[in-house]
Design a protein. Structure first.
Lengths: 87, 241
């Protein structure tokens, strides 16, 4: 699945040695939730945000399905946004 | 894994809520709010909690993984962001947020009872108006499609998502959106097919990948997550390539 990404990124991450044991270790790490690795070794999407700049506005529905939250409505307050998933 | 963080953030919220501070949690569950709500309720969460089924927000921010965290100040400026591995149980992550909270902050004078919420209908209306002003904008069409699904206008939402896929077959956000509409209409196989298409276009997107697993094999994720199954599944998929 992520096999194609390894050779391309070999130079960018010289600390990684490409061998079967190494790949297996990475797979285990993935399963332990170290999904950061996935992001580092796959081209994926570029990061679109920058610290020090305005946070892009968005609207998301509340979990009760009745209302929505809009980031810009929090203006005047400090807010930590974190994301998670049930899986 | 991430569901275990909910009660830890709840404790953090109780400790700092009085410091002009809010938490907004956003679940990435394509299945919808219901599956996520089970866990926020069990954790006794009182901070605002939302769901981003079609990855609209994470497409906007460019996050291919979960969990992430970011901190926005009183003026709406991004002060901190960690992509992947952001964890309430990691002292480094918690310290980063507490450092930002150490500066004094005065809440603005708002009318009593203000709760940062707007109705689904209002959000839908706003999305409709935005698209009217710029009908060729596919991002606005996707936002409208998401709002339609949230407002339970699934058939219309489905058509909007389909029209975006026709114009841009490589839009993973449209394909994931299509899956949300199919799921609500009870068409699980079509939903999975749309998600597989999205996954093929963006193989590094771990969120879509795990979402396919959770929808296809719910028994391995609810009530308990079967790590061994995921390990085997990953090896199996690796073998097929």
């Amino acid at each position: 699945m992520y096999g194609n990404a390894w050779p391309e990124n070999q130079n960018a991450y010289p600390g990684f040695v490409i061998n079967v044991r190494g790949v297996m270790r990475v797979l285990k790490l993935l399963l332990l939730g170290a999904v950061m690795i996935v992001m580092n070794v796959t081209p994926g999407k570029a990061q679109k945000i920058k610290v020090g700049e305005p946070a892009p506005d968005f609207t998301v529905p509340s979990l009760d399905g009745k209302t929505t939250y809009r980031l810009s409505d929090f203006r005047g307050h400090r807010v930590l946004v974190f994301n998670w998933a049930s899986w | 894994m991430c569901r275990e963080e909910l009660p830890v953030w709840q404790k953090f919220y109780e400790k700092h809520h009085q410091e002009n501070f809010e938490i907004l949690s956003v679940s990435m569950d394509t299945q919808g709010a219901e599956v996520a709500r089970r866990f926020t309720e069990a954790a006794g969460v009182t901070y605002p909690s939302a769901v981003d089924r079609a990855q609209g927000l994470w497409d906007l921010y460019g996050f291919p993984v979960v969990p992430n965290g970011f901190f926005v100040d009183e003026q709406g400026i991004l002060r901190y962001a960690k992509i992947g591995d952001f964890d309430a149980r990691n002292p480094v992550d918690v310290a980063a947020i507490e450092r930002l909270l150490a500066a004094p902050s005065i809440p603005p004078a708002t009318q009593p009872g203000f709760e940062y919420t707007r109705s689904i209908e209002e959000a839908l209306h706003r999305a409709e108006e935005a698209l009217k002003r710029d009908p060729a904008n596919l991002d606005l069409r996707l936002t409208l499609a998401e709002r339609r699904v949230e407002a339970k206008q699934d058939a219309q939402g489905l058509r909007e998502f389909q029209s975006v896929v026709e114009k841009n077959p490589e839009s993973t956000r449209a394909l994931v959106g299509l899956a949300t509409a199919y799921l609500d209409l009870g068409q699980k196989e079509k939903a999975l097919s749309a998600l597989r298409q999205a996954s093929a276009l963006d193989p590094g997107n771990w969120i879509i990948h795990k979402q396919i697993w959770a929808i296809g094999h719910p028994e391995e994720f609810y009530p308990a997550i079967n790590g061994k199954w995921q390990e085997e599944q990953l090896q199996q998929e690796k073998g097929k390539q």
